[in-house]
Design a protein around this ligand. Sequence first.
Ligand SMILES: [Zn+2]
Length: 218
Amino acid sequence: MNAIIFGPPGSGKGTYASILEKKLGPVKISTGDIIREEIEKNTELGKKFKDYYDRGELVPDEMVIEALKKRISESDCVEKGFILDGYPRTIPQAEALSKITTIHVIINLNVPDWIIIERLSSRRTCKKCGTNFNIKYLKPKIEGICDKCDGELYQRDDDKPEVIKERIRVYQKQTRPVLEYYKGKMQFVEFECSDPGIPPEENVEKILVELKKLGFYK
Ligand SMILES: [Zn+2]
């Protein structure tokens, strides 16, 4: 199964993709990770990526697609399929993707704005090691202090309600046309996250049921 997972910032789609990978096998892939790997391995492509980063410029779509093509042709993806997380973001990217592979299913996480705002605005991040906590759902043992390194916890500017609202708006505006592009071309699993108290593991079970109904897994 080759899938794409969509979901607004704070929907936990990265976590969902990781759990699906563990349960079903398809490799979770994000273009950010692929680019980082190419740079770390110092490949020809990695060197080019690094040049763009060093100049502070956006990496061109063609290079990202090239890296993606390379990654999904590796044996693990060929055998088990993949779940793309955070890509494509635009129609030209979706079109380029369609030329290198076949996507079978779109998993779209629908999360009401209030849940995202509640979840992200209660997030606290460690200044030293970057670990995330949540003052409602994942409290640190000592208030304001990181469990792992005793660093100080703070609220990132990105996680303030006004900024979150803007991030959701940008996401909706960017993603709507891409979802429209895929409508009618392939299967969709529309998943409603309406209760912030339900752990991702439980929600993934429901997504699995839908995937089975569509015939992807027995
Ligand atoms: Zn820490």
